[in-house]
Ligand binder design. Structure first.
Ligand SMILES: *[C@@H]1O[C@H](CO)[C@@H](O)[C@H](O)[C@H]1NC(C)=O
Ligand SMILES: *[C@@H]1O[C@H](CO)[C@@H](O)[C@H](O)[C@H]1NC(C)=O
Ligand SMILES: *[C@@H]1O[C@H](CO)[C@@H](O)[C@H](O)[C@H]1NC(C)=O
Length: 358
């Protein structure tokens, strides 16, 4: 009896020695398949444009290089117009003319100059200038502190004097204030939505963008959208309507490949050294009607590209009532980023799902 048992045990040992590798093989093949269900990694490409939008909802600036801060590109959405006395954000969603407010940056004097067409005049301009990187001392002297509201989130901000911005009350037809987020020395604005620590895996913050520090877009997708708009309404739009920060070159054969990007790596071009920068994609960017506004003229198209996007870009299970363009992301480190830098997708996923954030 005892010897039969030991025979059985031996048999079991032999059997498991044979089957274990088989099961292990099946297990790994399946998990490999699971991993690759998001598809292979796209070929590496390069950054073709960088945009900063110093004042939320106002005109953007195309730049050749930019400093990357943990909160986003330096000078991007660090300023914002708010109502007075409520300190609630003013947005292009309600006032398309905000895109006529043009910030410009002078590197030599490190100054941001803000202009806008004066009401009731063809050639007059409203204008003021402020330090682009104000010291804490300058801010303490020239600004006051007040919380400002973006969507339903209050965050501390520096408020410029009403004297400085007074001429812009006429532009808005109401009393307004300009506020600033000193990301270096003031309380950060923690990320919400897919950027909370339990989803992202770490604490991260930004200045005044709606949701995340950066928006990355792929040129191929705009090209594909434009073929549809051309066919539907003889219309071609500029990617700047989507207000991306980083634009990459695509390959027109399979547009919207960015929908599955998960982790990105940007490597400096040439010999100036510098380590690669890594970015975590948090989610797809769900769009509102803002891309219907021409950023140069502030004219708002009644239907496009909204109608076209609604037909085929409602692709995120988490936000089915909005179309998506571009990917929102959070940098892992600070550094410098340039047009021409190598851009790689190092991880893809089929698990993106938008978590409402406002
Ligand atoms: C900032 O404060 C300094 C010192 O009080 C003053 O000289 C300067 O004009 C102020 N600048 C602005 C733009 O208010
Ligand atoms: C399409 O638009 C272009 C530029 O606005 C114009 O020159 C052209 O005549 C239009 N074509 C048609 C078919 O309407
Ligand atoms: C950009 O889109 C094109 C077309 O879908 C695609 O071939 C390319 O891989 C995309 N770029 C990246 C970096 O994913």
């Amino acid at each position: 009896m005892a010897s039969t048992l030991s025979d059985l045990t031996q048999l079991a040992i032999i059997a498991s020695a044979f089957f274990m590798p088989v099961f292990t093989y099946i297990y790994f093949t399946r998990s490999q398949q699971k991993k690759s269900s998001a598809g292979p990694l796209p070929a590496s490409t390069e950054i073709t444009a960088l945009y900063i939008h110093p004042i939320k909802s106002c005109h953007g600036i195309s730049v050749q290089s930019a400093k990357l801060l943990p909160t986003g590109l330096d000078l991007d959405r660090q300023w914002m117009w708010v109502t007075y006395p409520n300190y609630e954000f003013l947005t292009i969603r309600n006032n398309a003319r905000m895109t006529l407010i043009r910030p410009s940056y002078d590197a030599k004097s490190d100054t941001l100059t803000v202009t806008a067409p004066a009401p009731d005049s063809i050639d007059e301009k409203l204008e003021f200038s402020i330090p682009a990187h104000p010291s804490e001392e300058w801010l303490n002297k020239n600004t006051s502190t007040h919380d400002a509201k973006i969507w339903n989130q209050w965050t501390p901000a520096r408020v410029y004097s009403s004297d400085l911005t007074a001429s812009f009350n006429a532009f808005f037809s109401k009393e307004v204030r300009l506020v600033y987020k000193a990301s270096l020395y003031d309380e950060p604005r923690p990320l919400r939505s897919n950027g909370t620590p339990n989803v992202l895996g770490r604490d991260a913050s930004t200045c005044f963008p709606d949701l995340m520090p950066l928006l990355v877009g792929n040129e191929s997708s705009i090209a594909e959208l434009n073929t549809r708009l051309k066919a539907a309404e003889n219309l071609t739009i500029d990617v700047r309507r989507f207000r991306p920060n980083i634009l990459v070159k695509g390959n027109p054969s399979a547009p919207w490949d960015e929908d599955r990007w998960k982790t990105l790596r940007v490597t400096p071009k040439g010999q100036h050294g510098g380590k690669p920068l890594v970015f975590d994609i948090t989610q797809r960017c769900a769009r509102c009607h803002v891309p219907n506004v021409d950023p140069v003229t502030a004219e708002e198209h009644k239907r496009q590209p909204w109608d076209t996007l609604m037909k085929y870009r409602r692709i995120d299970e988490g936000i089915k009532f909005k179309p998506c363009y571009g990917m929102l992301c959070v940098p892992r480190e600070a550094g410098k980023i340039k047009v021409g830098d190598k851009f790689e997708v190092v991880e893809v996923t089929d698990k993106h799902r938008y978590i409402a954030g406002f």
